[in-house]
Design a protein around this ligand. Structure first.
Ligand SMILES: [Zn+2]
Length: 481
């Protein structure tokens, strides 16, 4: 029974991931997920899903029940999902006498040096975002009532229980994080807004996007050295990227290729794609290393693990490995060794502020999303007040439904952020501050990656000698700059 489910889930996931890969890599024009769901409709029947929920007695069957339940929910709203995505893909705005795709607006906003123009672009983006809010609201309403139809008290409880998120504990930690980093955050925010000539009272998320674009540091992160810096980093821990036959590095420029790097684990571990369009700059490097963290995890996962442990389980694990590589970007020893950056103090100040901003943003989102999923009517107002208070910039109310990932993925990221600091501290203690140059550290990492996602980040932290997820190392890091 379990094996049968796993075999079909495996086939479904391969087809789905391949479709997403082909479109993202610019090899196919249109995303067609509905036919794939239709071919595997038997996986997502109400009776079948209820049965797997009843029969979830151990880790393996729980991971399967989680996967099928979330698939069941998505299947119920897939036409609304497609409608929203396609409307946004087609939308354009008029700017400077030209027609600009809505999807390009974040890049234009981040690159726009003049505040008034930045705010003007953001206003256009907000107007278009709002046009799909009726569909987004309907989609959330449907998801909420489907969750109840499955016998859960509500959507929050469904996600919390099935994904083992421990939302009550996590929310408490995040409230602590918000309180303890309040001062350091607001003093740096004031400094950076001042340096951009943005009055605090006028500051919006568009200004933050421009701050983090940080073209003044582009020279540290040249386009031509992007791939070699990844290859050299992996070589340091004894991994030869070019010898990994199951990992395809796709750097070919194609007009329709996604500008953002992504990893497509089509078959784990046999066929994993790392797709990028190298452009250079801090954010591009960070996203390449993030996706490379996922890719190394998947290509090293043991082939003989059951599907439930290779493809399902705690996604905070894979996000933790992705953060481990991405946050080499804030490691001054790595900056000096691999990129030859000797005086990176100013850059590091901004990069750490960037991390702090994202932590506070996601902490706020965690608190907000629990309210959204229990009171849709009051959500818009709460979105603006919770995020606005904690981030100190104006928040566009139009984003209140768009700025939400399904099934509390926000919590998976937050758990991964906590775990990553514990993991890199452990690596430093065991293999030294230059762990990223130690093949022995590499062998240890491979031994973690081999386990797929059978163990949760809480369990992995215990293996490293912690009591479980502990927020103190993260708080120390965020308060230290
Ligand atoms: Zn990721």
């Amino acid at each position: 029974m379990v094996e049968e489910f796993e075999r079909d889930i495996e086939a479904f996931t391969q087809e789905e991931t391949r479709e997403v890969y082909l479109v993202g890599a610019g090899l196919k024009e249109e995303l067609e997920l509905a036919p794939i769901y239709e071919r595997y409709a038997h996986l997502f029947s109400l009776d079948g899903v209820k049965r797997t929920l009843d029969q979830a007695i151990d880790k393996r069957t729980r991971y399967i029940a989680e996967f099928l339940t979330l698939g069941y929910l998505e299947n119920k709203v897939k036409s609304l999902t497609e409608q929203i995505i396609n409307a946004m893909l087609r939308a354009t705005v008029e700017w400077d006498g030209e027609e600009v795709p809505y999807m390009n607006l974040p890049i234009l906003i981040a690159n726009e040096a003049r505040m008034e123009k930045r705010h003007g672009l953001d206003e256009l983006r907000r107007e278009v975002t709002a046009t799909a809010n009726p569909e987004r609201g309907e989609r959330w309403e449907n998801l909420h009532s489907e969750a109840e139809g499955l016998g859960f008290p509500n959507y929050v409880t469904l996600c919390d229980q099935l994904r083992g998120l421990n939302l009550a504990w996590l929310s408490k930690q995040m409230q602590t994080l918000l309180d303890e980093t309040q001062e350091v955050y607001f003093s740096h925010l004031g400094f950076f807004l001042d340096s951009m000539g943005v009055p605090e009272a006028d500051a919006t998320t568009a200004d933050i996007a421009h701050l983090f674009r940080a073209p003044q540091f582009d020279t540290f992160f040249p386009q031509e050295e992007m791939i070699s810096s990844l290859v050299n980093t992996l070589a340091g821990v004894g991994i030869d990227l070019y010898q990994q036959g199951n990992l395809e590095l796709d750097t070919e420029p194609r007009p329709l290729k996604s500008p953002r790097a992504f990893c497509a684990p089509i078959r784990v571990p046999e066929e994993v794609k790392l797709v990028i369009k190298p452009q250079g700059g801090r954010e591009d490097y960070e996203s390449l290393f993030h996706e490379a963290g996922h890719a190394e995890h998947f290509v090293n996962t043991r082939a003989d693990l059951p599907t439930a442990f290779r493809r399902m389980g705690d996604n905070s694990v894979t996000e933790g490995y992705a953060f481990l590589l991405a946050y080499l970007m804030i490691n001054r020893r790595w900056l000096s060794r691999i990129l030859g950056v000797e005086d990176g103090r100013e850059y590091l100040r901004l990069a750490l502020f960037n991390k702090l901003y994202f932590l506070r943003r996601y902490a706020s989102k965690l608190l907000y999303e629990q309210e959204l999923h229990t009171d849709l009517a009051g959500a818009e107002r709460r979105y603006v007040s919770i995020l606005g208070e904690n981030l100190g910039v104006k928040i566009g109310p139009e984003y209140y439904l768009d700025d939400v990932d399904d099934a509390f993925y926000v919590a998976q990221y937050l758990r991964a952020w906590i775990f990553e600091v514990q993991m890199h501290r452990y690596l430093e203690e065991r293999f030294g501050y230059l762990w990223f140059t130690s093949p022995e550290a590499g062998r240890y990492l491979v031994s973690l990656w081999q386990q797929g996602q059978e163990f949760t980040v809480d369990e992995l932290a215990v293996d490293m000698g912690y009591d479980g997820l502990e927020i103190e190392p993260l708080l120390e890091e965020l308060a230290s700059f």
